[in-house]
Design a protein around this ligand. Structure first.
Ligand code: MSP
Length: 674
């Protein structure tokens, strides 16, 4: 399909997410960014395809399923369902969701594998490495602790396993040439530098099959092996377009190479958005596979930073992940989208805190934008009959030039916003829009329409002031629509805007034609507050959490036991390191040969854990099923009688006998205990 003049084609992807983990805010972030890019480019009139999905194969998923007593596909179905719910709640506008267990994906992997093999880049060899039989995994020497497995703290064995290899070493120079000739292949620059230094230090051939793993796609040439998870997973980007299937029309449309004839210009209009943790796979292995197969390369691999907590990166093992679902419930999906895009300088790391989110909602949304909208709409209703005033003619008699300064400034800020969107500087795009909001607020304070309204001779000026301020807000609504589509539409309609603001051609127009997008005489509507304020104190009281500086514990009452000596006391922060969550016991069984131990499976909200507890002499296993208990979720896993315990159950010690802590009412699993 030929490109219309100025109409660009874009295929944007997120990583496909593993199904052994439930979605957290880090996953939500990548997908929201991809959604914002997709929506922005649609606003530009571009031809966009946006795909996300799930990565379902591999030993880790197989093992997670076993732990939960499920078939791997059953676990995958369950987690994929959660992703679908989350993407719907977050307003994600993807065109497709690919799962690596689908037949359409498998044919794509088989086709890509055969092309690489036919290029002479695959050979059978022997994979050697340090193997932990408990993990069924190889570890590089650097990760071993004195030769022992870092997870199980037990000796590893030196194993040699037959494996097919990809001649990655052959692509060292072509890759270095790629990074040099097309620097935009890896962005931001810092990430490219990391990749260049990794590749310059030498590339070893890559093992691309596993003989000891069964949960995967069988290797076409040797079904005793399955395809290495990353070769499998990366192929989703083309299998989702039908590559290898009977209908490759989408593939040919989006993965084409408009510049194939130009030396060094081989790139499909594709952006892979990823977190920096998976840069090497996307910026080294993936282009090498594609080069080998003779397929076009994506234009850009964009590696963004991480959302961190006070303790470091968010991860399931650290037990510090932020679940987006309760945040959406409490604050709304669009304020959360706004926060994610505004708070993180795209490409860098950022710290997540509830307090930061509430501050953004109260300051930027409720105060700045929300108040401006309600003030202006009240004025138009109260002093202009509730209709959009006529647009002023610049230069016509009676209009002071300074009354039109808002449009000059506004036009410049809108262009700065567009440029920032184009270059993925989302936080700056939003900062420009908020500059325009502040300008409009100042404009109203400067011209005081409430005073003008009292003087019939100022009616002309009043109309101009109201219309200019309304135009600023209307432009903000359109330009904000990629980030907050529903709130933008609501604002747009309250201002009397026509149709859907996400279809508006504002950004397709030359900068000087971006004003006067409202229509004279259309009805406006003030409505309720666009963004309700959050009562921060009440929120933290309710969640019994401290915002940032913990207050000291209440003084001990006189009749209480004496306070422990100061040296025994811990600070609130120290206590908060212990993560306690409620969990619902799903199953309980005795452990053979251990008369005091029970093996429990407990749903702790974010996932299902196996927990070993020394309560077998006090509790029959079946009496525990369905009970809500308290689990320490960030305790290092320990092996007890061959069973890995992923947490600890809390119980009172009554004369040496454990009594399990419980609650006086039903509460959902995963609730924080403090
Ligand atoms: N399945 C692989 C990707 C295969 S793509 C061919 C994978 N999946 S994942 O479930 O672990 O998700 C990884 C992605 O989630 C990261 O690359 C990143 O985009 C996002 N994030 C996970 N944790 C994150 C943060 N704490 N902060 C920001 N993004 C993070 O890797």
């Amino acid at each position: 399909m030929a490109e219309d003049a100025g109409r660009r084609t874009l295929y944007i992807t997120t990583p496909i997410y593993y199904v052994n983990d439930v979605p957290h805010i880090g996953h939500a972030y990548t997908t929201v960014v991809a959604d914002v890019i997709a929506r922005y480019r649609r606003l530009q009139g571009d031809d966009v395809r946006f795909v996300t999905g799930a990565d379902e194969h591999g030993v880790n998923i197989q093992r997670a399923a076993e732990r939960q007593g499920l078939a791997p596909i059953a676990l995958a179905d369950r987690v994929v369902a959660r992703y679908h719910v989350l993407w719907k709640q977050l307003g994600i506008s993807h065109d497709d969701f690919i799962r690596t267990t689908e037949p359409r994906h498998r044919v794509g992997v088989e086709r890509l594998y055969r092309r690489i093999r036919d290029a002479g880049d695959i050979y059978l060899g022997t994979y050697t490495g340090w193997y932990c039989s408990a993990c069924e995994a190889f570890y590089p020497e650097s990760q071993l602790a004195e030769g022992r497995c870092p997870t199980h703290d037990r000796p590893t064995e030196w194993i040699e396993e037959s494996s097919y290899f990809f001649r990655l070493s052959k692509y060292q120079q072509p890759l270095l040439d790629l990074y040099r000739s097309r620097p935009e292949f890896v962005l931001p620059d810092r990430r490219r530098n990391e990749v260049v230094s990794f590749v310059s230090s030498g590339l070893r051939d890559l093992s691309i099959s596993r003989a000891t793993v069964t949960w995967g796609i069988p290797l076409p040439d040797d079904p005793g092996h399955v395809v290495y998870v990353w070769l499998d997973a990366l192929t989703n980007y083309i299998s989702a377009l039908g590559y290898g299937s009977e209908d490759e029309s989408l593939y040919r449309h989006y993965w084409r190479d408009p510049a194939a004839a130009v030396p060094g210009g081989s790139s499909a209009p594709v952006i892979h958005l990823i977190g920096k943790d998976i840069l090497r796979f996307h910026a080294v292995y993936w282009p090498a596979f594609l080069m080998s197969a003779g397929l076009p390369l994506p234009r850009t691999v964009w590696g963004h930073g991480w959302w961190l907590r006070a303790e470091g990166k968010m991860s399931k093992t650290a037990g510090n992940v932020v679940d987006p679902i309760p945040l959406i419930r409490t604050f709304g999906a669009e304020p959360l989208r706004y926060f994610l895009m505004r708070e993180m300088a795209f490409g860098q790391d950022a710290q997540y805190s509830d307090e930061g989110l509430i501050d953004r909602i109260n300051n930027d949304l409720a105060n700045d934008l929300g108040n401006l909208a309600s003030r202006l709409l009240t004025l138009i209703e109260g002093s202009w009959g509730g209709a959009v005033p006529r647009a002023p003619e610049p230069g016509s008699a009676g209009i002071a030039p300074e009354i039109l300064h808002l449009r000059e400034r506004g036009t410049r800020l809108l262009e700065a916003c567009r440029e920032a969107y184009e270059e993925y500087r989302f936080h700056e795009a939003l900062a420009s829009l908020w500059d325009l909001v502040s300008e409009a607020n100042r404009y109203i304070v400067r011209w005081q329409p409430w005073t003008l309204a009292k003087d019939p001779s100022s009616r002309g000026t009043l109309g101009v002031v109201l219309r200019e301020a309304a135009e600023a807000l209307a432009a903000v609504a359109v330009a904000l629509s990629p980030v907050m589509p529903d709130a933008a539409q609501e604002l747009w309609e309250r201002l009397g805007g026509d149709g859907r603001c996400r279809d508006h051609d504002l950004f397709r127009r030359p900068p000087e034609r971006r004003w006067n997008i409202l229509s004279e005489g259309h009805r406006v509507r003030r409505g309720e507050a666009l963004f309700p304020r959050i009562d921060k104190d009440a929120y933290f009281k309710e969640t019994s959490m401290e915002p940032s500086t913990p207050t000291p514990p209440a003084p001990t009452a006189p009749q209480s036991p004496p306070a422990p000596a100061a040296s025994d006391q811990i600070t609130l922060e120290e206590f908060q390191k212990v993560r306690l969550r409620t969990g619902k016991v799903q199953s309980a069984e005795r452990i053979q040969g251990a008369d005091r131990l029970l093996k429990l499976t407990v749903d702790v909200g974010s996932d299902v854990r196996t927990v070993v507890a020394g309560i077998a002499q006090q509790y029959a296993p079946e009496s525990l099923v369905g009970r809500t208990v308290i689990i320490v979720v960030n305790l290092k896993p320990a092996r007890l009688r061959g069973v890995e315990s992923q947490g600890m159950l809390l119980a009172a010690d009554v004369g040496g006998a454990p009594i399990v802590a419980s609650f006086d009412r039903e509460i959902p699993p995963g609730s924080v205990v403090r």
